[in-house]
Design a binder for this molecule. Structure first.
Ligand SMILES: Nc1nc2c(ncn2[C@@H]2O[C@H](COP(=O)(O)OP(=O)(O)O)[C@@H](O)[C@H]2O)c(=O)[nH]1
Ligand SMILES: [Mg+2]
Length: 304
């Protein structure tokens, strides 16, 4: 409601501006109200927390920049979304969508933010790579088994979340340059990189893949060295002291999270030391690292 004194023209402009945003969240809607579709100038349509099972005729709202359909009961990705060329923000999280047909996302060349978390997606369409303006992508809590390598071509992607899926590996190219700032992949059956590396965050993932690439490219004189043992046994102290060639003291509160990688050289070899967190929750995945080529150092505090 406008309280100021306005000319009739100003009032008309103000009405048009307010009409651009239509908020129909929490209305228990089962179908899209027909009168909405008669307002082609709408730029933001907010429809979260309703009971929509499908939405059709969205193509009539060609000027939409924001479409919020979170927390509905959608079973299919609404194909009309492909006819919304100005869309920048699309929220479809917390629905029951199983698939995104090819040919829809390729139409959304201005899309910056895509939320698809908490659905039932098993894979991703190849044309996701066409959303070149994408800055934020949330695919957490789905059933996705593979991230296509082409996601790495999304040059503006800054935030990417894939927690709670069925991913066994992450594409190395995704972490090779680009402007990714935030990435999480918790609760996946990951082997490459292993869960511990992912727990250490983006920087650890990047250094893991970098190490792998370096290792493959020349005859390896590095010894992969694992420091295992209970929490507070002295693993990090030993690992860092060897790397620095002097006694390093680590404060009790300075706990290792996930895994830390240090390197130290001797005349013949270079030791790549993988210092694991000793906390219980990390034990389960240690076996992934203990390969026949690895040197394993078990650290025990004899005072205990
Ligand atoms: N007295 C003594 N304290 C140690 C020794 N090694 C480690 N500590 C201390 O024990 C605590 C746990 O060490 P840390 O290396 O973080 O153990 P981690 O959990 O196995 O990595 C730290 O406060 C260390 O300073 C040691 O040989 N002697
Ligand atoms: Mg430690």
């Amino acid at each position: 409601m406008c309280n100021c004194v306005c000319s009739p023209e100003q009032k008309q402009t103000a009405e048009q501006n307010t009409e651009q945003v239509v908020d129909l969240s929490r209305q228990r809607l089962k179908v899209l109200p027909a009168d909405i579709l008669k307002k082609p100038h709408i730029s933001q349509l907010i429809l979260d927390r309703n009971r929509l099972k499908n939405v059709t005729d969205l193509r009539k709202l060609r000027n939409l920049k924001t479409l919020i359909l979170s927390k509905n009961e959608l079973l299919d990705f609404p194909s009309d979304i492909g006819a919304l060329p100005y869309l920048e923000k699309l929220h479809l999280n917390q629905n029951k969508i199983q698939q995104i047909p090819e040919g829809i996302l390729s139409q959304l060349s201005r899309l910056k933010q895509l939320k698809l978390n908490n659905n039932r997606l098993t894979d991703l369409p190849g044309d996701l790579a066409c959303c070149k303006e994408l800055e934020y992508l949330n695919l957490s809590h789905n059933l996705i088994e593979e991230i296509p390598e082409t996601v790495a071509t999304l040059g503006k992607l800054e935030e990417f979340y894939v927690d709670n899926n069925k991913l066994c590996k992450l594409p190395c190219v995704l972490f090779d340059g680009g402007c990714l700032r935030k990435f999480t992949a918790r609760a996946n059956p990951l082997r490459e990189p292993p869960d511990e590396v992912c727990a250490g965050g983006l920087q650890q993932i990047r250094s893991y893949f970098k190490q792998l690439q370096t290792n493959e490219s020349f005859e390896d004189k590095r010894v992969k060295t694992m420091f295992l043992g209970a929490s507070m046994a002295g693993k990090s102290t030993l690992c860092k002291s060897l790397a620095k060639r002097e006694l390093v003291t680590i404060a009790e509160h300075d706990r290792t999270i996930g895994i830390e990688i240090n390197e130290f050289q001797t005349d013949d070899f270079s030791f790549l030391c993988w210092d694991f967190a000793g906390q219980l929750e990390y034990y389960l995945t240690h076996h992934v690292f203990i390969t026949p080529q690895a040197l394993v150092i078990l650290v025990i505090d004899l005072h205990r």
